[in-house]
Design a protein around this ligand. Sequence first.
Ligand code: HAM
Length: 420
Amino acid sequence: MKKIRSLSGMLDLFNDSDASNSAEHIFRVEKKLKNIFNTYNYNEIRTPALEETDLFKRSVGDVSDIVNKEIYTFLDRNGKSISLRPEGTAGVIRSIIEKKLDSSSNKFWYIGPMWRYERPQKGRFRQFTQAGIEILGHEEGNSEYEMLSLICNIIDKLSINNSIIKINHLGDPDTKKAYCDSLVTYLSSYKNELNETELERLDKNPLKILDSKSENTQKILKDAPSLKDFLPKENIDLLNSLKDTFSDFCKIEIDYSLVRGLDYYSGFVFEALSNELGAQDAFLGGGRYDVLSQKLGGKNLPAIGMAIGVERLASISSIPKTQDKIVSFITITSKLEPKAFKIAHHLRSLNKKINLDVNLANGSLKSKLRRANKINASHALIIGDDEITNECILIKYLDDELKEQELVKFDEAYEIYKLL
Ligand code: HAM
């Protein structure tokens, strides 16, 4: 029979290796991120993985690659077009409008899976996890500083080396339009040198051409008009001030060619990159999106946010493994012994710092001790028929070869376990 395999670009995560994408490491990274978000006093928000397709068309943009080429869209049983979320911001704003919270200020965080039908490669998956934050209800200013403070904190607490935060300002809609027009005029004289995608972008989303991977296009862009020449002084001042404020903590660079792949941005935008990541070098990105709420039928709600690619961040984070203490609980009884489970249940309530691994197999004591060693258990608590009759537990000190095993009464075993 043909084997069923996982879908391309979708990972199974396990705990059985030291790999940077082991479930345990990713869990630790997520826990650290949640702690950081909580220390900034943000609240968690969870929105569904499935939304109406129109939500993403109207927010992320129907000329963006994400909606045009990468979104997982299908009809539900009622014939309604629904999509797996390719990112978290649109759902958060939809939810805020629905709950009529679009006239107040709020600070949210979320973590969850996102889906994009991209060509899988190192660091690029079709299902990946984003941890995001959204600061709602504040005009440009304080929240830009808070955002950079958060990013520097993440880079520090997650021990990320060789990172750089690139920042830019897309100006207001008039500035953006004036710059786009001038870029289109300039690039139009190189039409025969642009590839098919770039020609399409020239029409629909010219700023994205600045992101081109083609060497020739990048050469052409060297003499293109610069966004800097179109930006009002206050936008440039903001970038300089942000850079000055946080340069003691993180490497920050102003990059006037930084553009984002989503349509909803206006104003301040940023990405954090690491050269340890390879071609997919951005481990987080975001920016200001003041018009999204109104575009989705809500009130005027200035907003700024960012999302972290958790798998990418985890792959460059060197936070150490926490050394959990593991104890192996082994039963060698001639028949099923519910009492042993009652004892294990009680032990768990006595010392919550210990991971108690109850060996559920039917094997020999030898094979069970082999497993206890394999999982690095420090102790084995062994219960056989005699132990049950005499109300005793045999304790083996696996992490100390010189220490003799001891047979102790249940109560004494409980006292020892409390202090392990
Ligand atoms: P984004 O730049 O599209 O922004 O994604 C944010 C991060 O998600 C990226 O920097 C990257 O680390 C990770 N990422 C994206 N695609 C993939 C993939 N295929 N595989 C692995 N990781 C990936 C957003 O999604 C915006 N919603 C951010 C935001 C929040 N802006 C305002 N609020």
